[in-house]
Design a protein around this ligand. Sequence first.
Ligand SMILES: [Fe+2]
Length: 393
Amino acid sequence: MKIRVIVPLILLAFQAVFAGAIEIVSGPYIQNMTETGCDVLWRTDKPATAWVELAPDDGTHFYLSERPRIYSTDLGRAVVGTFHKVSLTGLKPGTSYRYRIFSEEVTDMQPYHVSFGGIASSKVYPMDPPCFRTVEKNKKDVEFVMINDVHGKNDVLSDLLSNVKKDKTDFVLYNGDMVDFMDSEDRLFSSFIDTSVNMFAKEIPTYVSRGNHETRGAISKDYMKYFPNSNGKPYYSFKYGPCYFVVLDGGEDKPDSDIEYSGTSFFDDYRKEEAAWLRETVESEEFCTAPYRIAVIHVPTVDAGWHGPMHARQLFEPILNNAGIDLMLCGHLHCYSYHKPDGKDRQFPVLINSNQDAVVVNADADSMKLKVLDRQGRLLHQFEYPVSHGKVN
Ligand SMILES: [Fe+2]
């Protein structure tokens, strides 16, 4: 038997001997993908340090050479915990990278000495390591899949994720209420992240829009820990190919004083802060020069009958009208509807996706095409929008 076969087998046997030690229990999944970096996140069953080994996607074996290590650090120290985030920076735009994750168990942490247990890592010998691609802002086309209101129903999610194609889908957009509530990390991961990891999220990035159900529960305050983005808040913006996205957060749907919130909701002030951010964002050169402009918000502001959506409508709609938004994508109501511009108050169309369908959007130099597909992949609705702001590069 050749040495290049024997050595990895010995390594596997070594790992087997120490089985029962630290394990990776969830992930990795990719968030906060930009032109020059992304965050890689995962969970272990024991407190540990964390690092990523990064390699170019150049056809070489991962074991060709020692790969650079990027650690999870904070304030100059390696972070020790069971939830891990490694931020990769300084990458090249529109470029593929392969990676491997590691966590080393920390068994004791004294002021002058740290003791370690075993190491858990993703495998790169028996299988191809995961590979992601950084954002290419000037890419000529983009394709993404939007899913919302899954509420932990993994069978629905699995069916809808069959629309995600590794060679076609640039990212998946989760438009809120993927969980019933955020009362524990286990619920958060078992509701949709673990299925996402199994089906695409190790390699294809996710962008998330917070739903009202993600504002509920003991770990809802940690939302940004699990879904980091470039703005550090649930509302943010990004450009991918010819599309510019403003991801908005409608907050809770009932008045802040409602008994369900026990005096802990302050979403009126939050939405006002968000409106100030939106006003600035739509004045940016990147927004103004984008051929397609898409607003994403979980709670629809159209036909708003409850306080939260109505307040969001009053604050956001005038800004979005002036900004020349081409399309608004929503969820929340668990049933499909499409609203053409009403010609006076709202000057852009709104698609409200159901909790049983996926929306696949493809934008290129000619037009932006949108398809609504059911769990069996049957085409239910389709729309096409012309380029309305200049030309695609
Ligand atoms: Fe909702």
